[in-house]
Design a protein around this ligand. Sequence first.
Ligand SMILES: [Zn+2]
Length: 158
Amino acid sequence: MYRIGLGYDIHKLTQGRDLIIGGVKITHEKGLLGHSDADVLIHAIIDAMLGALCMSDIGTLFPDSDKLYKDIDSTILLKKVYALVKEKKFVIENIDSNIIAQKPKMMPYIPKMKEVLCSILELEQDKLSIKAKTNEKMDAVGQELAIEAHAVVLLKND
Ligand SMILES: [Zn+2]
């Protein structure tokens, strides 16, 4: 049986925060604001996996009212959600994702993101796609006020 899931996330860019995307620290003058480390790509992937499992969403599982998740490394949340995938006897068939950021350039960091995420998700690198786009200077993302991410995950259970 196959199950597909869709995930989306957006975080505001702000001064005084580290920019962490796909588990990788990115050199930039601004970072993403959030209760956790605000790793927009990991959050989209988590929501896609939860969607495929029909198990609600990241905000319900890890509420921002809970001090436990304050500034938490999102790779820890990803490990918890991947454990749920395995508990339900699913394997990840593949993941496709987009990071949409006007600045900085994501491309140089993608190999490291793939390395970090594939290691957590026990995935071959050719099963995880991370694409980077700008928003052509339009809207909040294009005006460097926010970064967003989308992910689709296909799970298989046999
Ligand atoms: Zn988020």
